[in-house]
Write a protein of this length. Structure first.
Length: 189
């Protein structure tokens, strides 16, 4: 395994919204499927201030997190009052994942686990490589760079991606014409 593949990975887990109350609590635009894990008390997150913002803490430590209706409210040790919370508005929060960390749900994957995997069809024929993911509101899409240099988008659903084999370095796509493989009339003679 190369040094680069063993490096820790940093991911965006949220963005600070407006203050809630007067004691420094803030609303959070959650950008993780594991908010209870990422915003557990004591978690230290790298804080990236928006462009043009005044100097802010480089890291924020979660003191408390709670759900209020469908909004996550978080208190950070470094934001003691409403003024500090307002000044932190728009700050993007990053968590560091260990190279071997995996999601709690065995049916979920981090983007970095999928990028670079070989893509094969149900018969094992190589179709391409996972280049990235596009996160949508309804479902995620795998960006597959095909062997002929095209980029194909494949809905990341079990009907179309029945197997993800991280140890084997591949994922299986139930390919059909127009999904990854071109339609027969699109193939150059």
């Amino acid at each position: 395994m190369s040094e680069d593949s063993r490096a820790d990975i940093e991911v965006v887990v949220g963005r600070i919204g407006k203050p809630h109350g007067i004691r420094g609590e803030v609303t959070l635009d959650v950008r993780t499927d594991e908010p209870e894990r990422r915003f557990a008390p004591g978690s230290v997150l790298r804080a990236e201030a928006p462009a043009g913002a005044d100097r802010r803490p480089a890291a924020l430590t979660v003191a408390r997190a709670r759900w209020h209706q469908s909004t996550l409210l978080v208190t950070f040790e470094e934001l003691p009052d409403r003024n500090a919370a307002e000044a932190a508005r728009g700050t993007v929060l990053h968590a560091t994942l260990a190279h071997d960390e995996v999601p709690e749900d065995p049916e979920e994957f981090y983007d970095h686990q999928l990028v670079g995997l070989a893509v094969v069809d149900l018969d094992g024929t190589h179709l391409g490589t996972v280049k990235g993911l596009v996160h949508g509101s309804a479902q995620d899409l795998l960006t597959v760079r095909t062997d002929d240099g095209r980029d194909a988008l494949v809905p990341f659903v079990s009907a179309l991606v029945p197997e993800v084999d991280l140890a084997g370095g591949r994922l299986v796509v139930a390919d059909r014409p127009g999904l990854v493989s071109p339609f027969p009339d699109e193939v150059a003679p």
